[in-house]
Design a protein around this ligand. Sequence first.
Ligand code: M6R
Length: 609
Amino acid sequence: MCGIVAYVGSKQCANLMLEGLKRLEYRGYDSAGIATIDQGKITVVKTVGRVANLEDKLEQVGGIRGSIGMCHTRWATHGGVTDPNAHPHTDDKSGICLIHNGIIENYVALKTYLEEKGHKFKSQTDTEVLAMLIGELYDGDLEAAVQAALREVTGAYGIVVMCEKEPDTLVAARKGSPLMVGVGDGEFVIASDGSAIIAHTSHAFTLEDYQVVKVTPKGFRTSTIHNVPVTPKVQQLEIELEQIELGSFSHFMQKEIFEQPKALRNTLRGRTDAREGKIVLGGVSNFAKQLTATRRIVLTGQGTALHAATIGEYLIEDLARIYSVAEYGSEFRYRNPIIEENTLVIAVSQSGETADTLAALIEAKERGALALGVVNVVGSSIARETDAGVYLRVGPEIGVASTKAFTGQVAVLTLLGLYLARRRHMSGDECSDLIRELEQIPDKMERILEHDAKVRKVTEKYVDRENWLFLGRGYNYPTALEGALKLKEISYIHAEGMPAAEMKHGPIALINDGMPAVFIANKGRQYEKVISNIQEVKSRGGRIIAVATEGDEHIKKMADDVFYIPDVPECLSPMLAVVPLQLMAYHAAVIRGHDVDKPRNLAKSVTVE
Ligand code: M6R
């Protein structure tokens, strides 16, 4: 995905837009570009690399002027990471300039049509095709040209367009890729999310799919791509600057790991009633009857969200006794899935914009499933597409490696599991006991975080090893997957996560002298079996790093290093067991000198399939 910021008003806007763009850099950081209109002329400056590279380039050219403009940070899809492929893109006929997040699927056909009309392209992108198409259709009315062009387009887009011939007008539109319009006093900021808007105004509205907005310093007009007027709902942005700033931390990932206790308290607040043994989920209450009648649950997501969904699968099946399965959205969507009566699909996503998850959700809905969202970003595409849902409430997650969203997702799925269990067979007393344990998770997490320095020391011992295993069973098999994903995505160390029992069916051949194997070996139903797996690795020269329950002295005899977590019911243990793994991945990346918050080739959310 890409980051978009655009401004129209009375201020010189280049620096103001770049400040916003830095806040969106997590969305993509292959290349960056900016354009303004000054005295009726568009100037574009763009470069591969980060926003900082763009600032350097701007300094070399003496800056750019203008009180209307747009800027963009790119995560490449069509065409390599080169200056010509960076946004903004311009046309060759009508003075059009455009930035885009998404993919124009029919760009080849459109490009052929435009080439036949004599247009010459400078990039390999689908975005330049859209700029040319708008230019081709322009007849003195930018808004009308954008609407007409978008009627020809298939795919996903969040775009902002300006035109030299209408030097005080921005036109923006959305289908599938988020776009917000911040409404100030005589000025407007259009951006991919509110974090780039909040420094200027706290009032904003979200564009809906197939909507177009025309903005000038005097006001705005919203319509559909068929030019039917619509009235957007201007709302208060629910972001505080403090939430999107680093404060005393070195990286957002570190900040977000340490924020988890606070974030989880927010997730749980007002949703548990330990005295009554009751879970209160306002977001799903209208569907209580249907939820009780659920016979099968499909949880879907990608990456970290899928790992949380897999814990949800174990939890819901165990607590509520409903057949549950977690599946990659990307696989579920294309394999002609069976959706029987009373099937519930739960889409799990931090951003709420992940294309694979969204597509799976839409597919399941079309086949008659009831759809719930377990989403962090309020008003995101998945949140809007679902029938009902429970927000994570963990605050903005900026680090590309997901941490607090993971524990938030697991906490929400625990609440859902208890909610369903209570409506079926679980006694009030049993539910009360689990709620009390759940409510203590944030405090127990704090105790784990106190041992950060020890985690760093242990990480230093193994950080040069290029192959790691992460092993767990039952509830902590997905935690092992998550530990491996965290390590590989930010430290670029090869790590595999798997059920501990699976190791002996092949992967055991990988174990050589000194290979780190991280075992989640907390007390639980399969503890003895995990201990046997530890012995199997140890006897082949592997080095054992164990996550164990406080008080387990026995494990010290087998493990080279142990991270202790407080004792909790097994079903709640992933929220604690993952914390040392997150810290270890973080320290490994820092020690190896990587850009923790912006790992190579990644973007915070993947809005293409
Ligand atoms: O926004 P989502 O939760 O839907 O994102 C899903 C994955 O792309 C995401 O979890 C990804 O795997 C992260 N890089 C993990 O840290």
